[in-house]
Ligand binder design. Structure first.
Ligand SMILES: [Mg+2]
Length: 200
């Protein structure tokens, strides 16, 4: 049967709308995950270097609510930035316990993005890309974003810095780190086991 052009166009339009709709329905929620002190134990790397260069104890008491360098002698206050600028600093950081396994599992239910404020340290861009390829090879390049301010549209964000969470409109999970232990008013996760229990 021959259909008038107008009807054909209408049918095509409806089909297009249905396709679009099903694409949206099938899309998994977007989950944004930070790197430093969330999937990467960056504090440990700093301590290794402070220990090597200044004999700082690896198990130095980290006062809740303070940055690592605020627990160190005053003359070392700016040293962390010098370390962070060095090429290779971000390359051999140990992953956080349970992070690899849990992120892999989360991929089945979420569209996982790794979003890191990396542009402050120019060498970190290459280091972090290499680090992710080594430890998280299952994260495609399309789902890695290196940025300054984290202006992102997603459903859930896991981060240890409230400067990144504060303006995020989705569900905000504060990943515990010594520097944020006094912060209240956020949904908190203390480790990757807790993330798994909450989101899987
Ligand atoms: Mg972080």
């Amino acid at each position: 049967m021959l259909l008038p052009q107008g009807l054909i166009r209408f049918k095509l339009l409806v089909l297009e709308m249905l396709n679009k709709d099903s694409t949206i329905r099938d899309e998994k929620p977007r989950l944004v995950i930070d790197m430093d002190e969330v999937i990467a134990d960056t504090l440990h790397k700093f301590l290794v270097l402070y220990n090597r260069d200044y004999g700082i104890a690896m198990d130095i008491h980290q006062a809740p609510g303070k940055e690592l360098h605020e627990n160190l002698p005053e003359n070392l206050n700016g040293q962390w930035k010098i370390y962070a600028h060095e090429k290779g600093f971000f390359k051999d950081i140990p992953p956080m316990p349970g992070a690899i396994k849990t992120v892999k599992q989360l991929q089945t239910r979420y569209n996982v993005y790794i979003v890191s404020a990396a542009t402050e340290f120019r060498n970190s861009l290459e280091d972090k890309l290499d680090w992710l390829a080594h430890h998280f090879p299952f994260i495609p390049w399309t789902n890695i974003a290196f940025t300054g301010d984290k202006i992102v549209a997603a459903d859930i964000m896991i981060d240890d810095r409230i400067k990144n969470l504060a303006h995020f409109s989705g569900r905000r999970l504060l990943f515990s780190s010594p520097h944020n232990l006094l912060i209240t008013g956020y949904e908190r996760v203390n480790n990757w086991q807790e993330v798994a229990e909450l989101l899987l």
